[in-house]
Design a protein around this ligand. Structure first.
Ligand SMILES: *Cc1c(COP(=O)(O)O)cnc(C)c1O
Length: 351
């Protein structure tokens, strides 16, 4: 049978109202790619798999939750959806709204959204508004407006986003036949870690698929869940997790604790080196935030605080590298320019 999207495949396992009218871009069904070279680089002796969520229709895992949230909004009769976003939610909301024939409005923190994400939101026809403030400021505003008007909020506070995002856990269990030993993933607003944990628990209750231990990873400059208090001015190169007051922070901590895992922070340098390693060793190019989960794993292995031996570890790589090309280009020596002849080319190649 041909694939018809997440609501078609897993809809009966998601707690969505009966008025829901499916809007799909055939999201999900992303590959679980073996990362043997990276596993060896980190010391070896364990199985490492990358769930490459950058291969969703708008280039990030946000499409899993957005198909559910927009389908519910459409069925309810909403005309407009709104979200605050560090970028990927905006692009996803705009695409699904376009497909549903709805209007979309997105609020983004001024100057802090990666080029590929902003371009996406505009291309899909969203009304994009820059806020002279942080993501957290933008979120406060959209929550207020959705309480006062019929405009439908599609941030991950929307429970249907979480329902849709549970499908990532279902897919991993279906592919592997059971849950992995460990799951590592980046944590920003903490919707994704909440959804994965809910999804694994639901599948375990239903199919005895087991539960992973969860390693949630924040950026050191935006690590409220590690510090134990909100961060007023979060700073990190990983813009998708540049969040100081996670909406689902308590649920994230619960997921880590209940699973026997933890939430840690890694530096921007660790994130960028992992982004490079993953691209050069495995051919998987992800945006900086998406490398945070693996950077956390590498950090723990190097510190001796995590023994990976014999374990099966799945890393969620949340978004595509194409979303944020500037990060790579910025640090790059400009490619050399040579005369268009063989001698000049050979000279460069033999240097
Ligand atoms: C949204 C996002 C995250 C963070 O997910 P949360 O659910 O906010 O914790 C991480 N990486 C990418 C690429 C994202 O778009």
């Amino acid at each position: 049978m041909s694939y018809r999207g997440l609501l078609d495949k897993y809809g009966t396992l998601l707690d969505l109202p009966s008025h829901t009218r499916p809007v799909s871009l055939l999201e999900g069904n992303t590959p679980l790619i073996p990362a043997e070279a990276l596993s060896r680089h980190l010391g070896g002796g364990f199985e490492l798999l990358v769930k490459f969520e950058g291969l969703n229709p708008t280039g990030s895992f946000k499409d899993r939750g957005m198909t559910a949230a927009v389908s519910e909004a459409l069925g309810r009769g909403a005309k407009t959806v709104i979200c605050a976003s560090t970028g990927n939610t905006a692009a996803s909301a705009a695409a699904y709204a376009a497909r549903a024939g709805l209007k979309s409005i997105v609020l983004i923190p001024e100057g802090k959204v990666a080029a590929g994400k902003l371009a996406g939101a505009i291309a899909y026809g969203a009304q994009v508004i820059q806020i002279d403030g942080s993501f957290d400021d933008a979120l406060t505003l959209v929550v207020e407006i959705s309480n006062k008007t019929p405009i439908c909020l599609v941030n991950s506070i929307n429970p249907y986003r979480i329902e849709g995002q549970k499908t990532g856990a279902f897919e991993i269990c279906d592919t592997l036949g059971s849950a992995p030993d460990w799951l590592c993933l980046p944590v920003g607003n903490a919707g994704n870690i909440t959804a994965y944990w809910a999804g694994f628990r639901q599948y375990n209750a239903l199919k005895a698929s087991g539960l992973p231990q969860v390693l949630g990873v924040q950026a050191a400059g935006a690590a409220p869940l590690v510090l134990g208090h909100p961060v007023e001015k979060p700073e990190t190169v990983a813009t998708a997790i540049r969040i100081g007051k996670p909406a689902r922070g308590e649920q994230a901590i619960e997921a880590a604790e209940q699973s026997g895992g933890r939430i840690i922070a890694v530096s921007d340098d660790e994130i960028i080196s992992m982004q490079k390693l993953l691209a050069t060793l495995e051919g998987i190019w992800v945006e900086p935030a998406s490398a945070a989960g693996l950077a956390g794993l590498a950090h723990e292995i190097a510190a001796g605080t995590f023994q990976p031996g014999g374990k099966r570890i799945v890393a969620i790589c949340t978004g595509h590298g194409l979303k944020d090309p500037d990060i790579v280009i910025k640090d790059l020596a400009k490619p050399r320019i040579v005369a268009p002849n063989m001698d000049a080319l050979m000279e460069v190649l033999s240097a």
